[in-house]
Design a protein around this ligand. Structure first.
Ligand code: TYM
Length: 339
């Protein structure tokens, strides 16, 4: 009876992560972190800093370390309470690499070849199309499946990777029985695909070569305002939501909608007959106000390295405990001799 009770009150589990491959962007915030903090009470949440994924592209070691700690501070500053959420660094939990290898052997060459991110990244890094870049979705599947996650909150661009994770899990379960929980992607309706401010047909990305297209979460207010003022729009001078015909304006409307909670109809009426100048400034100011407390809190936390160390150490222990259980089960199923 007692056992049944704990069973029924067990919260569903969430796993997600961000690569510290560049400074966090407004896209990472609106597409991912913002949704994470809203889910903390309802779910048992695991959020990682996906440092192992970053080395599929060459990194400067000192920069990677700095960005990983900054990203941890930013997670907390965005409202992820480290008591309620397990915050950890992927490379601190060896089970990710260990399950990643096993899943490599249950992932097909053909399905990896179809990943759009692999095609994009290999076009951008033609001199370094390494095996890790190719098998990256199997490592991401390991990240998710180790925690038996029910839900994976991500932006639109990661949907394909969650889908392949489900295919891998189904294949594995089909052979060995119900080893892995089948995860669902969780993609917010608005903010799931924030586009570049200078080329609104491309997504806003940490690794964007054009610094004006991308707004960073910890950027100075004057820089954010300047970037919004320069944002590419069109010659129509009408604030109307139409992603096909008016990608620049629609992207700004999306950003304004998520930051202010206003819907598209209200925004269209607010700027009726005003042209783009007032609109762009309003979006820039809304973003500055949204990010200001996050930036200030991140800076405060970054000054306390000992505190951050405690958080990632505790996080690694809590994550290792759960991940270890799944890994042991997998090793047994595939026929490895127990140590
Ligand atoms: P990454 O680091 O590229 O992006 C982190 C999260 O931010 C979302 N995102 C965006 N959302 C909306 N608009 C944008 N312009 C935008 N840019 C980024 C991404 O969709 C993502 O949710 N492979 C993952 C990291 C990862 C992971 C995982 C995620 C590793 N293991 C396990 C979930 C579960 C990645 O590269 O995300």
């Amino acid at each position: 009876m007692e056992e049944m009770k704990t069973e029924t009150i067990q919260k569903k589990r969430i796993l997600s992560g961000i690569q510290p491959s560049g400074d966090l962007t407004l896209g990472s915030y609106l597409g991912a972190i913002r949704n994470w903090s809203a889910l903390a009470d309802e779910y048992d949440c695991y959020y990682m800093l996906a440092d192992m994924h970053t080395i599929t592209v060459r990194q400067t070691p000192a920069e990677l370390r700095r960005r990983t700690l900054t990203q941890l501070a930013a997670y907390i500053a965005c409202g992820l309470d480290p008591e309620k959420n397990v915050l950890f660094i992927q490379s601190h939990v060896p089970a990710h690499a260990q399950l990643g290898w096993v899943l490599d052997c249950y992932t097909m060459f053909g399905e990896l070849s179809r990943m759009t991110q692999f095609k994009d990244k290999s076009a951008k890094n033609a001199d370094n199309i390494n095996a890790g870049l190719f098998t990256y979705p199997a490592l991401m599947a390991a990240d998710i499946l180790l925690y038996q996650a029910d839900l994976v909150p991500v932006g639109e661009d990661q949907k394909q990777h969650v889908e392949i994770c489900r295919d891998i899990a189904a294949r594995f379960n089909g052979i060995y029985g119900d080893v892995f929980k089948m995860p669902e992607p969780y993609i917010a309706k608005v903010g799931a695909r924030v586009m570049s401010l200078t080329s609104p047909e491309n997504k806003m990305s940490k690794s964007d070569r054009d610094p004006n297209g991308c707004v960073y979460m910890l950027e100075k207010p004057e820089d954010i305002l300047r970037k919004f003022k320069k944002a590419v729009t069109d010659s129509d001078a009408c604030v109307r939501f139409d992603p096909k015909e008016k990608p620049g304006v629609s992207n700004l409307m999306q950003i304004y909608a998520v930051t202010t909670g206003k819907d598209y109809g209200v925004i269209e009426r607010e700027f009726e007959g005003q042209g783009y100048g007032a609109f762009k400034s309003a979006v820039g100011e809304a973003v500055v106000e949204l990010l200001r407390p996050i930036r200030e809190e991140t800076e405060r936390l970054l000054a306390d390295k000992a505190y951050l160390e405690t958080i990632y150490r505790t996080g690694a222990e809590r994550a290792s405990y759960v991940a270890g259980k799944t890994l042991r089960k997998v090793y047994k199923k595939v026929g490895f001799v127990e140590r």
